[in-house]
Design a protein around this ligand. Structure first.
Ligand code: GTP
Length: 204
């Protein structure tokens, strides 16, 4: 087991999806449950963070359901809640709409964290804010911005020591198809995800 906690952010509004996407299923399991099962293989402290944990109807060993500390709707709230409640100093953060994450990539990324506050992958210039590691050392700054009403993560990183993992080869070594970065935002994304799961026979 690794020495980091994991937070599955499952508290969004799913406006583009049209219904709560964190409960949408592939092969009979919700995205959230698929992620919980994967992450509990690499961490003994997995938090499923949402606005109302009673919406979930599954249980996975070493996973805890946690309610957001604040009512505002944004991933920043989920991250702050996770950092306050997690057992380890380092928290892997992932959005609940990414059921295809590769846990070997997550483990290898963790090894790259040295003294920084945050580690985030960058692909084709895009920063993946919800597939990365956040240390407890980032909490004060995150809360400071939240209290000022700045909720957009990209507006906060300048004040944190962020390690940007801008190394495509490294990522491809563990996740050839880069499915870790596939977010399911719309119904079209959902249909595509079901096809991917079926075609590749992927263990998702
Ligand atoms: N815990 C928690 N997670 C959140 C919150 N807001 C968004 N998330 C999660 O953050 C991830 C990214 O959210 P988005 O896809 O940008 O937003 P969304 O509200 O889910 O979807 P849209 O309404 O279509 O933008 C998703 O996994 C959400 O469930 C929040 O307030 N609390």
């Amino acid at each position: 087991m690794s020495n980091f906690s994991c937070a599955i952010l499952a508290g969004g509004q799913s406006r583009r999806f049209g219904s709560d996407k964190t409960l949408a299923k592939i092969n009979g399991k919700s995205f959230t449950e698929i992620l919980a099962e994967k992450l509990c293989r690499i961490s003994d402290d997995v938090l499923i963070i949402s606005k109302d944990s009673s919406k979930f109807d599954f249980n996975v060993e070493s996973c805890r359901f946690v309610d957001d500390e604040y009512e505002q709707q944004c991933p920043l709230v989920g991250i702050i809640t996770g950092l306050k409640k997690c057992k380890y100093d380092t928290l892997f953060v992932v959005s609940a709409d990414s059921p295809f994450i590769n846990i070997n990539l997550v483990k290898e990324m963790y090894k790259l964290i040295k003294n920084g506050d945050v580690l985030l992958p960058v692909i084709d210039g895009k920063i993946y804010t919800l597939f990365g590691f956040y240390k407890k050392s980032s909490l004060k700054i995150l809360e400071f911005y939240f209290e000022k009403g700045v909720y957009r993560l990209l507006d906060i990183y300048d004040d944190l020591n962020v390690f940007y993992l801008d190394n495509l080869e490294f990522i491809l070594e563990y996740d050839k198809e880069m499915l870790s970065f596939l977010n399911i935002n719309t119904r079209e994304d959902y249909e595509r995800a079901k096809e991917i799961a079926q075609k590749s026979g992927l263990e998702i």
